[in-house]
Design a protein around this ligand. Structure first.
Ligand SMILES: NC(=O)c1ccc[n+]([C@@H]2O[C@H](COP(=O)([O-])OP(=O)(O)OC[C@H]3O[C@@H](n4cnc5c(N)ncnc54)[C@H](O)[C@@H]3O)[C@@H](O)[C@H]2O)c1
Length: 242
């Protein structure tokens, strides 16, 4: 997989899977531009960090324009910024709580993809990888907000793939399972929760951010040029069991 001197934008770059994607791309000598509402601890000559909210459309547009001006092209985008749901039954959610999850996870993915797509269209090639979730298709109670946001990411991915197929741009999503990150550490640090979760995973362990970053890099690489509109499960086999 050749990433040398290629240019990638990664949202959610401050933590977890987004950060791991940045690190793996940097190892492979790519230029990486991270976007996150928090700072980044990555220090590398080929890394630039923008502290920005994916919902701030004007700011995102400016960041992407700056990237294109600096590097001349954009080879790929990873939409990993996201938040967990409010952990309540849907009938107890306020519309404000609902909108917040849908906004960050779904509208944020739309905003950054919309900003980055023109540069890839101009370049006549590109890759977009959206982070969805097993909860887009396999449900649990108290997750209506999160499930809706990730289901929308999955279906939007396929629809975006059709819009961009004539431009030689592939758009795919990854559906991670139980991954130990900043989002989940507080639960998985409780030994009983970790043990219960691991018991549900055929591979027998929680995922690591690197497990997801490896799949993302495959989807960013030319090895996946004939894959578009797909959702790839990376869940240790969780979704295949009854
Ligand atoms: N951890 C899991 O088990 C799991 C499973 C499936 C899917 N996911 C999804 O994976 C993605 C990455 O999550 P993670 O687990 O690495 O969590 P994480 O909390 O470690 O990382 C998410 C990052 O997104 C950033 N972010 C949140 N809102 C933002 C905004 N409005 N603008 C810019 N940045 C913002 C956060 O600051 C954080 O750095 C998320 O979309 C999440 O929903 C996580």
């Amino acid at each position: 997989m050749d990433f040398e001197n290629k240019v990638y934008i990664v949202t959610g770059a401050g933590s977890g899977m987004g950060k791991s994607c940045c690190e793996k791309l940097l190892e492979k000598k790519a230029y990486v531009i991270g976007i996150d509402i928090q700072d980044s601890s990555i220090e590398h000559d080929s890394y630039k960090h923008y502290k920005a909210n994916v919902l701030d459309e004007e700011r995102i547009k400016t960041c992407v324009e700056e990237v294109e001006k600096t590097y001349g092209h954009i080879d790929g985008l990873v939409n990993a910024a996201g938040i967990f749901g409010n952990n309540k039954p849907f009938y107890e959610l306020t519309t404000e709580e609902w909108n917040r999850v849908l906004s960050v996870n779904t509208t944020g993915t739309f905003i950054v993809s919309k900003a980055a797509a023109p540069a890839m269209i101009k370049n006549k090639r590109g890759k977009i990888v959206n982070i969805s979730c097993i909860r887009s298709t396999i449900f649990k109670n108290n997750m209506a907000d999160y499930a809706a946001s990730k289901g929308a990411v999955a279906s939007m991915t396929s629809a975006m793939a059709l819009d961009l197929a004539p431009h030689n741009i592939q758009v795919n999503s990854v559906a991670p399972g139980f991954i130990y990150t900043g989002m989940t550490a507080a639960s998985f640090d409780i030994p009983e929760v970790k043990a219960q979760s691991e018991a549900l995973i055929p591979n027998g362990r929680l995922g690591k951010p690197e497990d997801i970053a490896s799949v993302v890099l495959f989807l960013l690489s030319d090895m996946s040029d004939y894959v578009t509109g797909a959702m790839l499960f990376a869940d240790g086999g969780y979704h295949i069991q009854k």
